[in-house]
Design a protein around this ligand. Structure first.
Ligand code: AMP
Length: 180
């Protein structure tokens, strides 16, 4: 099974991707998490990518695509944070046939509150009010058009409420019961 999970910043797509990956035994591939861990390890890629994500901007496509290609198994994965623009979506389509495209939806006000709370708990460097605002702009401009590109294939999920409640909606929509 090959899943892509989309949604504006702070909708909880990372949390859902993690739960889905565990329940369905999928590899969880989060480009954002890879960028953060590479930066912590101070690798060349990590330092280069941070020049972009540190300000809420997208990391250049060549860097991101290279990273995804080296981490992508043949099957059974969930991509979280990729694709982030229509070009990446087209490149992905050239090499894989996706089973499900999930889109987690939430209200912007709720998302901002959640992100600011996360900033205090996790200390993510890109969770400051200014950078959050930029991430939203980038989402609207670059990422949202993906929904149109995938038109008709996107499964929208209400992202409000507790992670377990959102996950129940995911399961319902996938038309499968979890294995546990
Ligand atoms: P995330 O953890 O998915 O919120 O990603 C954190 C940040 O990493 C994003 O705001 C982007 O700056 C960067 N990033 C993650 N995935 C991608 C991607 N597919 N293309 C470009 N930049 C990305």
């Amino acid at each position: 099974m090959k899943i892509v999970i989309l949604g504006p910043p702070g909708t909880g797509k990372g949390t859902q991707a993690k739960i889905i990956s565990e329940k369905f035994s999928l590899k969880h591939i989060s480009t954002g998490e890879i960028f953060r861990s590479e930066y912590e390890r101070k690798t060349k890629l990590g330092i280069e990518a941070h020049k972009y994500w540190g300000y809420g901007n997208l990391v250049p496509d060549d860097v991101t695509l290279g990273l995804v290609k080296t981490n992508l198994p043949k099957d059974n994965y969930i991509l979280d944070g990729f694709p982030r623009n229509v070009y990446q979506a087209k490149e992905l389509d050239k090499v894989v046939s996706l089973d499900y495209i999930l889109n987690i939806e939430s209200d912007k006000k709720i998302i901002i509150e959640r992100l600011l709370k996360r900033a205090k708990i996790e200390g993510r460097k890109d969770d400051t009010p200014e950078i959050i605002e930029n991430r939203f702009k980038v989402y609207e401009r670059e990422t949202k058009p993906i929904l149109k590109y995938y038109d008709g294939k996107v499964l929208n999920i209400d992202g409000h409420g507790k992670p377990q409640d959102v996950y129940k909606r995911v399961v319902k929509i996938l038309g499968k019961t979890n294995k546990n």
